[in-house]
Write a new protein. Sequence first.
Length: 165
Amino acid sequence: MTEPARTFDTRDEYAGQRIHCARWDRRVNLRGRRVAVLGTGAAVARVLPAVAAEARKVTVFQQDPVWVLPRPPLSEALGVLPGRIARWAARANLRLQVRDSWVRRQLTPDGPARIRLHNHYYEALQRPNCKLVTWPIARLAPLGIRTVDGIEHRVDCIIFAQEDQ
């Protein structure tokens, strides 16, 4: 897998560790580290719960929000549900699982978005050590990630979580 397509400056100077989900090494120790997760949809939902349980601090740089529904028992029904009903169920799931109204807004897709099935994504995002950043990334800096609002988020490791294309 090549480095995920990015909308920010590719002439970066990041000096820390980079991990790609497609080449995940289970021996990587994230305990006590500041970790950034960059990516979209299902890939982020897949990796975030385990990373948030281990790392000292996790910053999720969200490119586009997606709808999330728990796996069973809705996953079987989802295949036969019309899109409008599935999105209604996903919106209700978001309201039930995410307490903070601002975070809920950041996690709500503006237009049509695919629905992802995951049981622990919202739970992981709400852990005290986890932060959601929705500002676009300007570039990778030597010590972390700089967003277009001028903030440099210092991290020890960046996980690139890109959906299968």
